[in-house]
Structure formats: structure tokens, C-alpha cells
Design a protein around this ligand. Structure first.
Ligand code: BG6
Length: 516
């Protein structure tokens, strides 16, 4: 048995490497930012679906907190509407909703005001009595990152954070972006760890809750045939696309602070890069997997100078256009966006990973809002044939496409002989589709992650050093792109795959983006 440093560690009673499948303990979930997009679109539907699947404890309650004025009744009605619209399972089960909604409370207040937290304490105590939630708390920060330090301080000052081994647990789920750059992420890590113990902190990246993302590990390390060719000897380049039809919805304020690099790249997309590029972990447990992911982040060449950034990064911002047949406004016309904003809503970049496995294999990344369609995929392009026996220009290189969403699945493109008397190759595809292969709908990422947080399982949450390593990379790019000397984002029409400069980025290397 090889030596593993964790063998010397004191066992951590709050962190289980193995998945706990039990129903969580009684608990109250406090959602800060309850009137926001995330709570409406993801959190409340996920909690409701956990109730549908009977995964929640009988003693369970929710307190929504935000500035907007609602009564408990109004908040419940608003949440019901959101669940009706965004729930994975439909229609809403009235009886179940009644019971679920009876545990929902609302508190209006400013996060800067200590009174808000005094009132929160009282609400939670009332909930403990009414729903027997027994003092267990899960705080969910569904708020802009600039509020995290205030929330932590106020919770601590109000005595709302218990020590890690207290019989009543306190856990904090922190949404991305975790920090604004490397130094703020480090400062936030310090602050978080002054207030809580790492075992109480759940830094969420909802991409890790997606079945298809978790399947990357099984695909790569649960099969023998892919691993031998998963390297620079056989792979020409990798393309990762995370495109969305959606614009910024009602999140102008948040988005102006974040932009695409903080919103999608620092977290979700780099997680996809890590899972695609990492070495096999020594075991399938949280720390072993995260150790390998960090090695990938460290091996990526940083882009520090304006020249390096200009050569490898293209940023864009959408203008008015049409997406799925609907006319949509440009970014600068969206609510809470300042005219003349330089916030990028699109980025394309070339990453070089300096390791034995990947040296010389570029990873091309693109992500954007208001693309022609929603498509997230990882495409591994294999090297072309050294010599074609069947005429030139007909055989396309093999491509393996891992479709993260939608139409989750994996396709392998290869050449086959067109029937007939001649040897004419044509590209065909072997296609595995999640939906038809397994016949059951996958849970939403937030369902899986909320349930894990309620159970205290940190496996699918990012560790503090991982967050810092990702920031180091993205922070360097941001330093350049956000300086006034750097050219503003290229404009692209909503409903297109970004500015032409993104195509040139690959054309310079004699390659082109996959047509999706
Ligand atoms: C969120 C971003 O983290 O991810 C959003 O803040 C983005 O801007 C969303 O729309 C994309 O998630 P998904 O699961 O729809 O790909």
C-alpha cells in the first residue's frame, strides 16, 4: 500500500471521503439573496425536488433573507411561482408544497445592519420550535461576492456560527466567484477560516454537481482504452465550449462586478479543464482528486504580460441581436449595466499545459452569453493520420466529444467506408446518450450539491488551495484586460458565436472551432 499523507492526518469527523447516503439531520437553511435569480432559478427548485425525492429530513425549514420587502406569505407565493417555472419535476405536487411551504420564513433587511442578524436569530429560534430543526444551520450565500465578508462578520457577531464540533452544526455554502482576484480570494479564505473551520466551508461550483462532469472521471479512469491515448502523442488539441443563449437576465449589478472570466472561467470551465487534463488520482476520495486537479492548474502557463494576453485571449461583449428567433438587447442596454461598460460577456483563450502529458497540446476555451444556443462540451481532437490511403481531404481526424449539456452524452467521430465499389471514407459518429442509455432523468446539480452540504459531505466542493490556484491564473489575465491600456472587448452580435477575433485565435494555429 503506497504511503499517503492523509494516513497521518487526524480523522475528520465532518468530512467523509465515502459518500453518505443517509437522510440529512434536521436543519434550517438560510438563503441570503433570497429575492435573487439564483434562489428563484436553482435553489428553491432544487430544495423542492429534494423534498419530492424524500431526501430532506422531516424537520426542515428555510429562511429567505434579502432587502426586498415580502411577508412570509408573499415570499412563499413568489417561491411557488419560481418552482412552478423552473422545477425539474412538474406539475407541482400541491399537498407536498403545502408542507414544504409551511417551513418557509422570510426576513427583509440590510446585511450591513446588525439588527437584521438579531432578527434572523429570533426567526431561527422560532423555526427550531415550529419545525424541530434543532439548532442546525446551513447558510447559503446566494449574493454578490462583495457581501461575503459582511455576512461572515455579522453572523459571527450575532453568535450564529457554532464551533465545528458543536452538537448543532453550522455550515456555510459560498457561491462563486469566491473573491474578485487572487488577493481578495486569499483574504476571503483567511476571513472565512477566522470565522469557520475549513470543515464547515462548502465552496460551491455547481458544475461539479452535474452528472456529466462527474462522469468525466468514470469515463477516463473507469475504462482502459482511452487513457493510453489521452496525451500529446495522440491528441492534437482540446476545445472546451460553454455557450449560453441566456444573457445576464436581471443580474446586471452582479455581472458588472464579475464578467465572464470570473463568472464562468475561474470556476466552471477550469474545473472542466482539470478533469479533462488531470492524472489518475491515487484513490477516489476528495483530497486525492483535488490534489490532481491542483497540479493541472499549476502546470498551466500563466499569461502575465499584455503581449501574452493579447496573443492568447479574446474578450467580447454582445450587442443587440436575435437569439432563438427573439430580438434581444445588447449588454449595455441591460438593466444595471453602465453605458460604456467594458465588462466582457465572451472570452476565448488558448491555454498551454506544461506537463509530460500535455506539452504542445493547446486547450482552446470559449464561453459566452447570448450565443446561438446553449452548448457545453469538451472536444478532444486527435492527431490527423500521418498518411491517408484513401485519397486526400476525405478522412477527418477523430474527435471525441463529451457533451456536458444539453443532450448529455459522448460521441466519437471516425471514418467509415461509404458503401459501394470504391474505398471512399466518410465521417460517421458513434453516440452514447445519457437519456436513452439510463432512461431516468438526472438530478439537477444543485440538488446533488445541496444534499451533500446538508449531509456534510465536502467531496464535490472546492478546497481553499484549489480556488487560489485558479485565481492566480485568471487574476493575471484580469489584471491586463481590466487595465485601461488594454483594448475594450470586441463587440459581437447576440446570437453569434462571439467576435471574429475568436476565430482568428484558432486560425493562427491552422485550426477552427467546432461548428455547434
Ligand atoms: C452560473 C453563472 O454560475 O452558471 C451564470 O453565474 C451561468 O451566469 C450559469 O448562466 C451557467 O450554468 P448552467 O448550469 O446553466 O450551465
Amino acid at each position: 500500500m503506497p504511503y499517503r499523507p492523509e494516513d497521518d492526518e487526524i480523522p475528520n469527523p465532518l468530512r467523509s471521503g465515502l459518500r453518505a447516503e443517509s437522510t440529512p439531520e434536521p436543519c434550517a437553511v438560510v438563503v441570503f439573496g433570497a429575492s435573487g435569480d439564483l434562489a428563484h432559478r436553482k435553489l428553491m427548485p432544487a430544495l423542492y425536488n429534494l423534498a419530492v425525492g424524500a431526501h430532506l429530513p422531516a424537520a426542515f425549514g428555510i429562511v429567505g433573507v434579502s432587502k426586498s420587502e415580502y411577508s412570509d406569505q408573499e415570499f412563499r407565493a413568489d417561491m411557488r411561482e419560481a418552482v412552478g417555472k423552473f422545477s425539474r419535476t412538474k406539475p407541482i405536487d400541491d399537498e407536498l408544497w403545502q408542507d414544504f411551504a409551511a417551513g418557509i420564513r422570510y426576513l427583509a433587511g440590510s446585511f450591513d445592519d446588525p439588527q437584521t442578524f438579531k432578527k434572523l436569530k429570533a426567526k431561527l429560534e422560532e423555526l427550531d420550535k415550529a419545525r424541530t430543526t434543532r439548532g442546525n444551520r446551513l447558510y447559503y450565500f446566494a449574493t454578490p461576492p462583495s457581501t461575503f465578508p459582511t455576512l461572515l462578520k455579522q453572523l459571527k457577531d450575532a453568535g450564529l456560527i457554532n464551533p465545528p464540533l458543536d452538537p448543532c452544526f453550522t455550515r456555510v455554502v459560498i457561491e462563486k466567484p469566491f473573491g474578485h482576484d487572487l488577493s481578495t480570494a486569499r483574504a476571503l479564505n483567511r476571513l472565512v477560516l477566522e470565522t469557520c473551520d475549513e470543515r464547515q466551508v462548502f465552496r460551491i461550483d455547481h458544475y461539479l454537481g452535474k452528472e456529466t462532469v462527474q462522469n468525466l472521471l468514470v469515463f477516463r479512469f473507469g475504462n482502459s482504452i482511452f487513457e493510453p491515448i489521452w496525451n500529446q502523442k495522440y491528441v492534437d488539441h482540446v476545445q472546451i465550449t460553454a455557450g449560453e443563449e441566456l444573457g445576464i437576465e436581471a443580474r446586471g449589478k452582479y455581472y458588472e462586478e464579475a464578467g465572464i472570466l470570473r463568472d464562468m472561467i475561474q470556476n466552471h470551465v477550469l474545473q472542466l479543464v482539470c478533469l479533462t487534463a488531470m492524472e489518475p488520482p491515487v484513490a477516489f476520495d476528495a483530497d486525492a482528486v483535488r490534489d490532481e486537479k491542483i497540479k493541472v492548474l499549476r502546470a498551466i502557463e500563466t499569461l502575465d504580460t499584455p503581449e501574452q494576453v493579447a496573443r492568447n485571449v479574446v474578450i467580447g461583449q454582445y450587442t443587440a441581436g436575435s437569439v432563438a428567433g427573439m430580438d434581444v438587447p445588447g449588454y449595455q442596454q441591460e438593466k444595471d449595466v453602465s453605458p460604456g461598460s467594458r465588462t466582457p460577456t465572451f472570452v476565448a483563450l488558448r491555454l498551454n499545459i506544461h506537463s509530460w502529458r500535455w506539452d504542445g497540446v493547446p486547450f482552446y476555451i470559449r464561453s459566452g452569453k447570448r450565443m446561438p444556443k446553449r452548448a457545453t462540451e469538451i472536444a478532444v481532437h486527435f492527431r490527423p493520420l500521418p498518411h491517408s490511403l484513401f485519397g486526400s481531404g476525405r478522412s477527418q481526424p477523430n474527435v471525441l466529444v463529451i457533451r456536458v449539456q444539453p443532450q448529455e452524452g459522448i460521441a466519437l467521430r471516425f471514418s467509415a467506408k461509404v458503401p459501394g465499389e470504391r474505398y471512399r471514407p466518410r465521417t460517421v459518429s458513434m453516440d452514447f446518450r445519457y437519456g436513452s442509455a439510463f432512461g431516468s432523468a438526472s438530478p439537477e446539480a444543485y440538488e446533488r450539491l445541496l444534499l451533500d452540504a446538508l449531509r456534510g459531505d465536502q467531496t464535490l466542493f472546492t478546497r481553499k488551495d484549489e480556488v487560489a490556484a485558479a485565481w492566480k491564473l485568471v487574476g493575471n489575465i484580469l489584471k491586463v484586460t481590466e487595465s485601461n491600456e488594454f483594448a475594450p472587448p470586441y463587440q459581437y452580435e447576440a446570437g453569434t458565436w462571439g467576435p471574429q477575433a475568436a476565430d482568428q485565435l484558432l486560425a493562427q494555429d491552422g485550426r477552427s472551432w467546432r461548428r455547434l
